[in-house]
Design a protein around this ligand. Structure first.
Ligand code: ADP
Length: 587
């Protein structure tokens, strides 16, 4: 209003000046003066007011500018948020696509296709380190504009730069990693970015066509913008590429683990098939061996018995000395062969578990007396003193496999006779007491007496050639004999003790040897588990047993097969022969 009044008064003053140009009355002069004074007053008042108004106006103006800037900033922020949301959506979509499969090649192919579609790329390629780690090889590409399989050396500076950067970096389009096929027509040099894709270290896995991941290793992803526009990489696009590369790394590691476990499963299945085949082959081999054993049993032993019997009969006839030597050699060889056949049969039956114990009541004292009766003739020929001590608490009768027990005692006592030139042989039999068992060897064997059972302890001691302590552990191994020692002339096959140990183990016992060295004698001891007999058996026959009253050779013992070969002895011309060559050899 003031400003309006000022303008009006000012205009009025000038107008009055025009009107009073020639002549004017006093009244006009007064009016003009009043108008001029009013104008001056209003003008001063306006000036004074403007002093206050101008800062206000200025501050309003500043605020307006500030608000405008703020609005622009908010617009930008909004744009950024929208871009981020867009990027997130793309990442989610890409991640979903990538994770929808657990096949390595599909993951990589999907990544390239989806990145190419989302970012509108000219080309997108993945370079994997070769197995040697010296090169990068192009393994996957989007549009095949770079030759799949082409390689670049890994030590290029640009590759090193990409490896050391955790984010996507721009690389020249002329770089070997981005060298796409020559483009025809006009084109704009494209902008290219490259970034590393970590190949996670899978400590326990080594995948066939996968680089050696024991050291940290990377693949490189190269993304090329279209060559027909001047498009540049924008920040949110680079962010998206970074995030996708991490997702690809994780998905690849999962795929690698799955691939490896599938391969392991396939391997296991193959192994199972091979094992099945091996099992069937083993079963066939067992069948073949059983057939062979049957042949051995019937077809080989029968003629062998005939040879032995006829040779023995031949020896009874009138022969010239050369013939006698020849027949004796035939007899000795046949006996050796028979022992070998018997031992091999025993061993193979023991090993395949087909040997069953023939458990029945028997005269325990009788077994020892029979053993003594069998070896006494040999000891007397060799002039060895011989003793048998049966402890008073030894039951007269026991339940167990009499033939296997006798075979074991005969083997051990036979060895004692065989390896002793002079001195003595003693056999001690007693009931093993748990308290005395602590001294026994080996320390891990402690028999625990249970109801209805007792442990028989047999010790065969001799003053023979002895054994070196270092040889003792090998004596129970089949076909093994000590190479050292003073009295090693032995024509056995090294099966006797191996068979004894298996018999004794089958009977729930243990056997061991003690010797202080060469010419210091030996002690062979064993314990076996036997059943206590409730009704003592008739022992008269056993007590009366004498060499003349020994049983005649029988084809079968025990369980009805020919395995339990019981030696038989007879005196001839003041000498001594046995159906068991072990003793015949000793004589
Ligand atoms: P073989 O049937 O050849 O006699 P063994 O298994 O019965 O085989 O015995 C294996 C080896 O143990 C024998 O060759 C011998 O060296 C040794 N041996 C066994 N018993 C005695 C013993 N009482 N004295 C000395 N050496 C023995």
């Amino acid at each position: 209003m003031q400003f309006g009044a000022f303008i009006v008064l000012c205009g009025a003053t000038h107008f009055i000046n025009v009107w009073t140009f020639y002549m004017h009355s006093k009244t006009v002069a007064v009016v003009m003066t009043v108008a001029k004074v009013s104008c001056a007053v209003v003008s001063c008042a306006t000036a004074l007011m403007l002093v206050h108004i101008i800062p206000d106006l200025l501050s309003v103006k500043t605020r307006e500018l500030f608000l405008k800037n703020r609005a622009e900033e908010l617009d930008r922020e909004m744009g950024r948020m929208l871009t981020q949301e867009e990027t997130g959506r793309h990442v989610r979509m890409l991640t979903h696509e990538i994770r929808s499969t657990l096949d390595r090649h599909t993951i990589l192919k999907t990544t390239l296709v989806e990145l190419g579609r989302t970012l509108g790329l000219q080309e997108c390629a993945l370079w994997m380190p070769s197995r040697t780690g010296m090169n990068l090889q192009l393994s996957h590409t989007l549009n095949y504009q770079i030759q799949v399989g082409s390689t670049v050396p890994i030590n290029l500076p640009i590759i090193n730069e990409v490896f050391t950067s955790s984010r996507a970096i721009r690389i020249p389009y002329t770089c070997p990693l981005a060298r796409i096929r020559p483009l025809v027509g006009r084109y704009v040099p494209p902008e290219v970015v490259a970034l590393r894709v970590p190949l996670l270290n899978l400590s326990n896995f080594q995948i066939n066509d996968w680089p050696d991941l024991s050291a940290k290793s990377y693949a490189i992803m190269v993304l090329i913008l279209p060559t027909d526009s001047t498009r540049k990489w924008r920040d949110h696009e680079l962010e998206l590429v970074d995030v996708v590369a991490d997702q690809v790394a994780v998905a690849l590691s999962h795929a690698a683990i799955l691939e490896e476990s599938m391969r392991a499963r396939d391997q296991l299945m193959e192994q199972n098939v091979a094992l099945d085949l091996a099992r069937r082959e083993a079963e066939m081999a067992i069948h073949a061996r059983n057939d062979f054993l049957a042949v051995m049993n019937h077809e080989m032993r029968t003629p062998m018995h005939a040879i032995i019997a006829l040779s023995s009969l031949l020896l009874e006839t009138e022969l010239i000395s050369e013939q006698r030597i020849m027949i004796e050699t035939v007899l000795k060889s046949s006996n050796l062969l028979e022992t070998l056949i018997n031992d091999v049969l025993d061993l193979s039956r023991l090993e395949d578990g087909s040997l069953e114990l023939d458990i029945r009541k028997f005269n325990l004292h009788g077994v020892f007396r029979e053993v003594i009766n069998l070896i006494q003739p040999i000891t007397s020929v060799k002039k060895l003193s011989m003793s048998l001590i049966l402890s008073p608490d030894l039951p007269l009768c026991a339940v167990g496999d009499e033939n296997r027990l006798m075979q074991t005692i005969l083997n051990v006592a036979g060895n004692a006779v065989k390896f002793t030139k002079e001195g003595y042989i003693s056999i001690v039999a007693s009931v093993a007491k748990p308290e005395s068992s602590r001294d026994w060897r080996p320390p891990e064997f402690y028999p625990a007496s249970t109801d209805g059972h007792f442990y028989l302890r047999v010790q065969v001691k001799d003053s023979g050639c002895g054994i070196l302590p270092r040889d003792i552990p090998h004596l129970f191994t089949k076909f093994s004999q000590p190479r050292s020692g003073s009295n090693r002339i032995n024509d056995g096959a090294g099966l006797g003790l191996a068979i004894c140990r298996r018999f004794i183990n089958t009977m729930g016992g243990h056997i061991w040897i003690e010797s202080e060295g060469i010419d210091k004698g030996s002690i062979v001891a064993f314990i076996v588990k036997l059943g206590i007999c409730d009704n003592p058996c008739d022992t008269t026959a056993a007590h009366q047993m004498a060499p003349q009253a020994l049983p005649q050779p029988q084809p079968n013992y025990g369980s009805g097969d020919l395995i339990a070969h019981r030696p038989t002895f007879s005196f001839r011309d003041g000498g001594y022969t046995s159906s068991n060559p072990r003793y015949q050899r000793s004589v």
